[in-house]
Design a protein. Structure first.
Lengths: 327, 329, 287
């Protein structure tokens, strides 16, 4: 019944080599994603989530280097592709809406021409008419008026620009869309329109989606599964409802309790301390200095990502022990 | 006779641009009224999206943007007409916390330079030793360890730490009013609580009033006493934070509240509240929200004034206009 | 003293850049010619009619002699530091004026900016070489310092524009707002908050100004309008031209000064190219 997963990441490690030192931005990551699924990845700045996003499309630049692992997308191992195959692969199999994408639109070229450029770059076989038709179709899909194609980026609002970026991302109907903070700098009302557009479009083309962000509230409304990254490692992953109903990893728990809710006044709780610098990680579990549930073993041994429930995995000694007891 | 308000804005309007042969003027703030009393410390939230005028408001109070009309008084004295706004006396009493916790630090100096400067300029502490004492004290009060902060450069600290240093600076100077412009929006969610708790402590323990400018209604609810909702330069709704957020009356406030993603997968965005068009572009004779309002009425072609309701609430919407037979306040 | 330590640390880090290191090494060597040379060579031989004329290089006169009776090795030892001094002086004065004006124009804006910008832009339209020729020809007794001053007075505009542009950007930074809110006055802000962050650009301007100054100076000297009594590199070339050294095959006369000048320009280019790297956004730090 289950088809092959769209994305399989095995033991991925990406590090930054700076001045002879190596900072592990992504450390031994394992992940699978099926068609149509929406995965959210949250983490503080420096947790490695953006590095992961770039590495998935091999868009990372030195000093970031993929040390090891496999990334299999739609049956192809991305890390084995040569440059020209990679260029073909990008955008047709996996596309990205990078952070600040709306600011990356060329300010002196009309929307129509930018979209046509992208289409032509991958589908040189299409005629001018076909391209124009496709542009109209794409704009309609993201809820924009056809007239938008004749405008320049500065004539559009932030939300409209971001929807153009979504249209650009689905031009070739990829199997996976990666959205890195797609609504940062957008107001809350516009944010909703953009996210709903993204979800709709993704469902229509049957793609899987990875959304990277730090807004837990937004994640709750946008994704099916949520993964938490801390200091380069995946520490918790669960279906979204289970995640919020019962966060297992102490860090996940703190993340949720630090969320202000507009509907009630609660004393605000933050997470004390700061994420450790990647070059100076504590021994054992990277979270142990800040963890309210820390045990002696946490300072010595880094916990492995182990099953902690139905479709759940958590990297925490305390959780693993409780799960064993329950099992 | 009660003492004059700490800060009082009356019918303040700020317009940018315009002039012969140029683009039509952009009205950043229009007919804005605000009063911060002097007998008690309050946190007043001014909430709105970008383009609402909230940043302009902060700039008017801090002396960076001159209003085109209306009066801005501090303890009874008009600060713009008398150029008081640029005087050391005023600056001593009004301080700021800005949005970007990185660019407030001069990258050339270690972070404590930000605290040492005003001590020197305002002649609060002349000797280096005395400055050091005050600096360490202030840092401790916001929960930072002085030995981990002093001597470091901005890029060596986290956003949360840097913003706390900025709050420490405000604390150290004991101003009467702090203008906090989006103080936590560029900080990781988990680090925000500390900064916000610091702000509350400033009000509770030191009697400092704070103007909290934000786009995030959830945090506005957490920290503020009163709330002003801005849209396209006008205050569309004001009242206590709990009232306005708990029971929003203006259609715009309602739209805002329903667009906030709740951190609960079982509470999705309400389907019927999908906004229609993106930006209001109408001219300003009509209500500023007319393009996007689901409750449009014929009388909305005329800009509504703020109608006062019970409990200090006011809403600028014809839906709440008193019945024509009653005398208008 | 914290400043000094910070400066030294920056210098050491800078030296890691191969271009900067190479450029600095060459400059230092050129300076050494003037510093160390006098211990090995009798500098009086740089004066006219000191030695036999027109001699090709030999063990006695390593670089030979010219038609005026000067020993060329001595000329190089004496002339190089003069050229360097002229360039450094002209560059420094020009950049100092330019930085001052740029700071004021950029920070204050308004009518002050309009006046300074108008003057700057007007001066930029004037062909500097033409003015230099006129002024140099008019001033009878010209020496290195005067030449430096004249050149500086026609090159300060470039620094002004660069600095002004940078100040316009830095002025909007939040830390400048903070400084104002801390009660700092305008001049204090300009010199204590803005200026320190402009050191890299000011320095790059300086290197460019020095190069330009040496080139302008060379232009004047080669046309014979330089200091007549000082054997600067440019004057040496002028005399070589005057005495038809090229057609007489006296390569030892014009080759050394040209070589030194080339080395100087190469080193200045390397330095400014390395400084460009500093100005550009660096490698993204690990995130």
């Amino acid at each position: 019944m289950t088809a092959d997963p769209v994305l399989t990441i095995q033991d991925l490690s990406v590090s930054y080599r700076i001045a002879g030192q190596r900072a592990r931005a992504v450390d031994g990551l394992n992940l699978t994603l099926n068609a149509g699924e929406r995965l959210g990845i949250v983490g503080e700045s420096g947790s490695g989530k953006s590095t992961l996003a770039l590495a998935l499309m091999r868009l990372h630049k030195p000093p970031a280097i993929i040390d090891s692992g496999r990334i299999v997308l739609g049956g192809t191992d991305i890390l084995k592709l040569d440059k020209s195959a990679l260029r073909q692969f990008r955008w047709s199999e996996v596309s990205m809406i990078p952070q600040g994408a709306m600011n990356a639109l060329n300010p002196v070229i009309r929307i129509r021409d930018q979209m046509a450029d992208t289409i032509r770059a991958h589908r040189s076989d299409l005629s001018g008419k076909q391209i124009a038709a496709r542009i109209d179709e794409l704009l309609e899909r993201v809820g924009l008026n056809r007239g938008v194609a004749d405008l320049y980026p500065h004539e559009l609002s932030g939300g409209m620009k971001q929807r153009v970026c979504i249209a650009l991302a689905i031009v070739l109907e990829p199997k996976l869309i990666i959205a890195d903070e797609p609504t940062s700098a957008l107001d809350v009302v516009v944010q909703r329109v953009v996210i709903e557009t993204l979800k709709e479009v993704q469902t229509q083309i049957g793609a899987a989606m990875i959304m990277i962000g730090h807004d837990m509230g937004l994640m709750a409304q946008s994704v099916d599964h949520l993964a938490v990254m801390y200091a380069g490692r995946l520490v918790d992953i669960a279906p979204i409802r289970d995640f919020f109903a019962q966060p297992l990893h102490p860090y996940s728990h703190l993340l949720i309790s630090s969320l202000p809710s507009p509907d009630e006044t609660r004393p605000l709780a933050g997470i004390p301390g700061m994420q450790p610098p990647l070059l100076d990680l504590p021994s054992g579990c990277a979270f142990n200095p800040r963890c309210p549930a820390v045990q002696p073993i946490c300072k010595k041994v880094a916990p492995a990502l182990l099953p902690s429930g139905l479709l759940r995995k958590t990297a925490c000694h305390v959780v693993a022990e409780a799960h064993d007891v329950a099992a | 006779m009660s003492p004059p308000d700490l800060l009082n804005l009356s019918d303040v309007t700020v317009t940018f641009g315009g002039g012969i042969g140029k683009k039509p003027p952009f009205v950043a703030l229009e007919g804005f009224d605000l009063a911060i009393p002097s007998d008690r410390a309050e946190i007043i939230a001014v909430a709105g999206e970008s383009g609402s005028g909230k940043t302009t408001l902060g700039r008017v109070i801090l002396g960076m943007t001159k209003p085109d009309s209306g009066s801005v008084t501090f303890a009874g004295d008009d600060i713009w007409k008398t150029r008081l706004v640029h005087s050391k006396g005023y600056l001593r009493n009004v301080q700021a916390v800005f949005q970007d916790p990185f660019s407030v630090f001069n990258p050339f100096y270690p972070v404590e330079h930000l605290l040492r400067m005003p001590l020197k300029m305002f002649r609060i502490a002349r000797s280096r030793a005395e400055q050091d004492t005050r600096i360490t004290e202030a840092l401790r009060q916001v929960g930072l360890r002085p030995d981990q902060v002093i001597g470091r450069y901005p890029h060596q600290l986290s956003g949360g730490q840097r913003q706390r240093i900025v709050v420490a600076r405000a604390l150290m100077l004991r101003p009467k009013l702090i203008v906090a412009d989006e103080p936590v929006s560029m900080i990781d969610a988990s680090l925000r609580a500390n900064v916000l708790e610091n702000l509350k402590a400033l009000r509770d323990q030191h009697g400092i009033s704070i103007l909290y400018i934000t786009h995030d209604l959830a945090t506005a609810r957490q920290v503020s006493d009163r709330l002003y909702v801005l849209y396209r330069g006008r205050a569309v709704e004001t009242g206590t934070a709990a009232d306005v957020i708990g029971l929003p009356k203006h259609p715009y406030t309602q739209l805002l509240m329903s667009s906030i993603p709740r951190p609960d997968p079982n509470t999705p965005w309400p389907a019927e509240a999908m906004p229609k068009s993106e930006i209001g572009r109408g001219d300003r004779t009509a209500c500023v929200f007319i393009d996007r309002c689901p409750s449009r009425m014929p009388q909305c072609a005329l800009q509504p004034r703020a109608f006062a309701l019970e409990n200090g609430r006011s809403v600028a919407c014809h839906l709440y206009a008193p019945a024509p037979s009653t005398a208008v306040a | 003293m914290q400043m000094l330590a910070k400066f030294l640390r920056a210098v050491l880090k800078a030296l890691a850049n191969p271009r900067l290191a190479a450029g600095l090494v060459i400059v230092v060597l050129l300076i050494l010619i003037g510093v160390v040379g006098p211990f090995f060579v009798d500098v009086r031989n740089a004066d006219p009619i000191s030695v036999k004329t027109n001699l090709p290089p030999s063990p006695k006169h390593w670089l030979g002699t010219d038609s005026g009776g000067r020993e060329l090795l001595a000329v190089i030892v004496v002339g190089t530091p003069q050229t360097l001094r002229m360039g450094a002086l002209a560059g420094l004065i020009g950049v100092l004026i330019g930085t001052g004006l740029g700071l004021i124009a950029g920070y204050f804006g308004g009518w002050l900016d309009r006046i300074i910008s108008a003057v700057t832009d007007t001066m930029l339209t004037i062909p500097p070489l033409a003015i230099l020729l006129v002024v140099a020809a008019a001033v009878r007794a010209i020496n290195v310092e005067t030449m430096a001053l004249i050149i500086a007075s026609l090159s300060w505009m470039y620094a002004t524009r660069v600095i002004r542009a940078q100040v316009l950007t830095l002025r909007e930074q939040s830390y400048v707002q903070m400084a104002r809110l801390s009660g700092m006055g305008s001049f204090r802000i300009m010199f204590r908050e803005i200026l320190p962050n402009m050191v890299p650009i000011a320095f790059a301007s300086l290197v460019g100004a020095v190069s330009a100054a040496i080139l302008s100076g060379m232009a004047l000297e080669v046309l014979g309008l330089g200091p007549q009594n000082t054997p600067t590199l440019g004057m040496t070339i002028y005399w070589a031209l005057l005495y038809s050294a090229f057609s007489r095959g006296m390569w030892w006369w014009w080759t050394p000064p040209m070589l030194i000048l080339m080395l100087l320009f190469v080193s200045l280019f390397l330095i400014s190219s390395a400084l460009d790297d500093f100005a550009n956004p660096r490698l993204r730090s690990a995130k």
